[in-house]
Design a protein around this ligand. Sequence first.
Ligand code: EPZ
Length: 418
Amino acid sequence: MKILKIQGGNKLNGKVRIGGAKNSAVALIPAAILCDEVVKFSNVPDISDMDALSDIIKYLNGSYKRKEDDMVYIASSQMQNKEIPEKLTSRLRASYYFMGALLGKFKKAEVCMPGGCTIGSRPIDLHLKGFEKLGAKISYRGDTLVIQADELIGTNIYLDFASVGATINIMLAAVKAKGMTIIENAAKEPEIVNVANFLNLMGAKVYGAGTNIIRINGVDELKSCYCEVIPDRIEAATYIMIGAVLSDDLTVENVIPEHIHALVQKLIEMGVDIQVDEDKVHVTNKNKLKPINVRTLVYPGFPTDMQQIIATLMTQAEGQSTIEETIFENRFLNLYELIKMGAKIKIDGRKAYIDGKTKLYANNITASDLRAAAGLLFAALIAEGETVINNTDYILRGYEKVVEKLEKLGAKLQLIEI
Ligand code: EPZ
């Protein structure tokens, strides 16, 4: 297990470059097995989730090679369709994308359930409903899901909730199905567009990604291609919000502005000094921050993944801010750790009330999940004194080179194996 020791209170200035989007890459890598030829990706983030995916690809007798700094090559011509065990699927929830990919490739998938996590139970009923609608039969062997179909036939699938994972998983199962599949009430996140564009680069026929209706015309085979992973909008948001408190002059590079539009609007409402250019954002802490109200929604609404980070920013605003978390049922655990650092927060179900401006004090705290870890790291960078964050392995799952990037800006922190 790793811990982070952070000496807070330092100014953070300069430039930080955003890496590839974790929530794209964790879907693109499984999707690549749909093609028997070598597939190449660039801008693949150097995060531990990629190591977990690489282990699954190699376990299935595929090849996963990272070259230079951010290039990954996937080859699946020798892939064997084996049961993916719990020791591999439990390392990341997105292992469930191998259900859609193996079903799409072999018409059969045996994948151990990924399990829930602290932010919620995170069922996959919508994924499974989509697979069944395509003609698959689902059975259980202990915790392993066995999904198989004689034929995958295109059909209409309505999603009760615009689920990111279900939208992508159904796309993966449908790209080689017979006929047209229509996904209604599809999720519209940028990562879905990234995956759909990748599938089309391989020769699939996916239309409408980024809208709430996605049409997929099944094709017989998919060919080798090269695809770039889009920049990580959550990593970008994290550094931008850190800059709003701790920077006289911070530039966040490799950003797609429309992917962080909801955040930028809320930061403008707070009075943050922010300038958005074509592919970068400039932010300073020169203005006093005003309180705001945030309600998390599906894209293009305010992203739930940014909620745990803006909660820390809200402690530095003068007045009471509120958060309403509508996507996950238990995504406030980080707030209890912020309270241990001096924050004044009341939690009532899915609503949180954050009073500011409060001085944050160093403490020994524990991260409960990836974005909680990011929000607590932010708080530790603000707090005077040395904070210890336990369970720091979480942050390494989604923030590439986070210690190096922060040190380059002037932060004082050490990652320690214990
Ligand atoms: C993706 O999770 C992201 N993960 C999450 O990011 C993100 O918070 C979430 O989308 C929402 O934007 C990846 O992309 C790997 P959902 P996913 O299916 O696909 C319910 C991070 O920190 N639901 O859109 O699991 C579910 O319980 C992570 O990077 C069902 O009920 O999210 C939740 O309440 C955390 N049945 C809501 O929908 C289903 O079959 C949103 O889930 C599927 C989902």
